[in-house]
Design a protein around this ligand. Structure first.
Ligand code: NAD
Length: 210
């Protein structure tokens, strides 16, 4: 499969991680092939949606055979850039930053934590998940040497924009922003916002109208 991401719509890309997760579980369970009907049943999506989505990048199922799970899993992984390790850093070594650092699940999906940064003298020099917390001002040199691609931002809200701007200058290409504010980044840099409170508010709305 070519890395022709440009041709794949944002909507399809949004759905790829879920396909990747299901296919990974199917692969683990020892299955080698699956029909679009069966995949659709498990994922609760229509078979035509599955066929449309997977055809976008040439993941054609064979008539009467279905999809080869491993091939499809690898193809989607390649499109998502997970065919090699994605080096990641955490900025903000507080409650959330430490919890994320200690979570082993990211590494099993190819995201390797290679550095943690903070500005507080109480945090700098401490060890979290086998990583020494480094002063934020060292990020530039660190990036030159190690070229991390992604940063998770877990600083207080007020520091988020400044931190993202600096880290983008250092060469970070994507941010997972956990602070409750929308950070703006230069062109060519991507942000995914994890506004947990937004989801809580939606849940609050839904549960009061049940
Ligand atoms: P925290 O106070 O425990 O940690 C924040 C850390 O950021 C501290 O170690 C602090 O020294 C560091 N910091 C401050 N300014 C910095 C800067 N300019 N550069 C680098 N590091 C800096 O807070 P927390 O509970 O971990 O929350 C962090 C962010 O995540 C907040 O914006 C919060 O709203 C958001 N958040 C937290 C949770 C949670 O469960 N803790 C949930 C959702 C969202």
């Amino acid at each position: 499969v070519e890395k022709s991401n440009k041709k794949i719509s944002g909507e399809v890309i949004k759905r790829l991680p879920r396909y990747y997760r299901y296919l990974g579980d199917l692969k683990k369970s020892g299955l080698t092939k699956i029909s679009s009907t069966e995949l659709s049943r498990r994922m609760n999506v229509t078979p035509s949606q599955i066929r449309q989505d997977l055809n976008c990048f040439g993941g054609f199922g064979q008539q009467g055979y279905g999809y080869n799970i491993e091939n499809l899993y690898n193809s989607i992984g390649k499109i998502l850039g997970l065919d090699s390790t994605v080096d990641t850093v955490i900025i903000g070594a507080g409650n959330l930053g430490s919890a994320l650092a200690n979570y082993k699940g990211f590494e099993s999906r190819g995201f390797k934590l290679i550095g943690i940064f903070d500005t507080s003298s109480e945090k700098i020099g401490t060890i979290i998940a086998d990583c020494e917390v480094l002063p934020l001002q060292d990020l530039e040199d660190f990036c030159k040497k190690n070229m991390p691609k992604i940063a998770m931002i877990t600083v207080p809200k007020g520091a988020a924009s400044e931190v993202a701007e600096y880290a983008a200058k250092c060469g970070i290409k994507g941010f997972l922003n956990f602070t409750y504010t929308d950070v703006t980044v230069p062109e060519g840099v991507a942000v995914e916002n994890m506004h947990i409170s937004d989801h809580l508010m939606m849940l609050s709305y839904k549960t009061q109208n049940m």
